[in-house]
Design a protein around this ligand. Structure first.
Ligand code: LLP
Length: 468
């Protein structure tokens, strides 16, 4: 029995469910707060992928990352289909696996026909072990080690060269080792309105070649014909709500492409990076995946027509907008501290170790009580994590029903840069992750144990525990 009337939707957790009459696969996941399959079931509980969230927590423990397979696959298909629809040339979507690198997520995006962008030997290893083919792996990074470059060359993925040291190293290696495929990362000089820490396209950035030295770069590459330079890349930032910066970027990259053609370099790929934002709160207003891709395609086509260049193979590499909205984190509510006239803290069993984004970027999230979806929102609470750190606050002002210890608090939009940035601060074991679909739940990351926490520790002989 629901405890409220339908008219109370706006004053309950039900308000976060989509009220759109558009079928779920037509809705752009990045414009939703909850995964596409989310609904309230007859027990007044949140259900995702046909699984009751409270039951999932009972089965897999708390906190728990819950990934909705339908939402992730829908986002992949929308990127892929929009590129095919709006772009007449070849195209490829890469998943920026830094958003969440694990075997199951890489395997799903691969099954959807996407390639994968990796930024370390570890992400490369994960992508390889999930079955992604090496011709669809692109290796980024501003300071790749020699061991990482060796691995990349050995497996045959494309290396996105970031700086002179790397370029010179690869030019030398190309003399002895066949088939080194590279792209060049450029700093296009485009600013965008996002958090200062995640702006990368402006000139003062640690990433990529300054466009002013581009002609020197092309000249060097043209002297090393064994170095197979196939494309140009740029990434201007993350959680971007405007379409214009990426359209401008497309124009700038096509200009660079035209410069490359003067050096007879066989450059046919153009990668505009990632960056499309998602909804973390109801006031966030990103373009849909389809609108974003359309804007980029039109800008590339127009710039190529103007420069009289054939259409390059167009690539983009979203992370957040592919995985972000497909996941929620379920916590169990614990202690409460009321400070009259100031605030009430409600503590959960995780915090900055499983979601470091609020403390790192002051990111905002929304939350609901999953086991009482229609209960009226009667309290404004500050949701605190359990870490020994005052700043360990997940939500500053959450509108929630009166909640009790044992309630399940769900934080939405936690698919991107949560698990991948998680830590063991205070020696908290990292949570498990489950993949849900049509009422089935599969473990994709097992919960860490205390034993996992000490598995890399080494106790020198002199410190070995004395026996009484
Ligand atoms: N390509 C490159 C080269 C990147 O550096 C990034 C993100 C992406 C693609 C994917 O961008 P996305 O589509 O996810 O916006 N930890 C921060 C985000 C850092 C993004 C770093 N680069 C956060 O939690 O907001």
């Amino acid at each position: 029995m629901l405890s409220t009337h339908p008219t109370d939707v706006q004053n309950s957790g039900l308000r976060y469910l989509s009220s759109s009459s558009i079928s779920p696969d037509q809705r752009s996941p990045n414009q939703e707060l909850l995964p596409l399959t989310a609904k309230a079931n007859s027990r007044d509980s949140l259900e995702i992928g046909g699984c009751d969230v409270k039951t999932l927590v009972e089965q897999f423990g708390s906190p728990l990352y819950i990934v909705d397979e339908v939402t992730l696959r829908t986002a992949c298909r929308q990127y892929r289909d929009a590129l095919t629809h709006y772009y007449q040339g070849e195209s490829l979507v890469l998943y920026a696996s830094k958003a969440w690198s694990c075997l199951a997520v890489c395997a799903i995006v691969h099954a959807e026909g996407l390639g994968v962008d990796v930024v370390s030997g570890g992400e490369l290893y994960t992508a390889l072990h999930s079955g992604v083919s090496t011709d669809k792996i692109y290796f980024h990074g501003n300071n790749k080690s020699n061991a990482e470059l060796d691995l990349a060359i050995e497996v045959g993925c494309t290396i996105v060269v970031d700086n002179w040291l790397e370029l010179n190293t690869l030019a030398t290696l190309a003399e002895e080792r066949e088939g080194i495929r590279i792209m060049l990362r450029l700093t296009p000089g485009i600013e965008c309105h996002t958090h200062e820490y995640i702006r990368t396209g402006h000139l003062d950035s640690k990433f990529g070649f300054d466009p002013n030295v581009l002609e020197d770069v092309f000249a060097l590459i043209s002297k090393h014909p064994k170095l197979n330079c196939i494309g140009l890349h740029a990434h201007i930032g993350s959680q971007i709500f405007e379409s214009q910066p990426h359209k401008d970027l497309a124009g700038v990259l096509v200009d660079f492409l035209s410069k490359a053609s003067q050096y007879n370099l066989p450059i046919q790929e153009l990668n505009v990076g990632g960056g499309l934002g998602i909804c973390y709160t109801e006031s966030d207003d990103p373009p849909s995946i389809d609108q974003w891709v359309k804007g980029v395609c039109e800008a590339v086509i127009a710039a190529c027509e103007q420069q009289k260049l054939p259409l390059p193979k167009l690539m983009c590499e979203p992370g957040r907008s592919l995985i972000g909205s497909s996941c929620v984190t379920a916590y169990t509510v614990g202690s409460r501290k009321e400070i009259p006239q100031i605030r009430t803290y409600l503590a959960v069993d995780g915090g900055m170790s499983d979601n470091p984004r609020p403390i790192t970027y002051q990111s905002e999230y929304r939350a609901l009580v999953a086991n009482r979806m229609s209960a009226p929102l009667t309290e404004t609470l500050t949701i605190a994590g359990k870490h020994c750190e005052s700043g360990d606050i997940l939500l500053k002002e959450a509108q929630l029903p009166k909640s009790e210890p044992g309630d399940i608090l769900v934080v939405m939009g936690t698919g991107a840069y949560n698990y991948s940035m998680a830590s063991n601060y205070n020696r908290l074991p990292r949570p498990a992750a489950v993949l849900v679909k049509e009422g089935e739940a599969d473990l994709i990351i097992r919960r860490e144990t205390y034993q996992d926490l000490i598995r890399l520790d080494h106790l020198p002989v002199g410190l070995a525990l004395a026996e009484d």
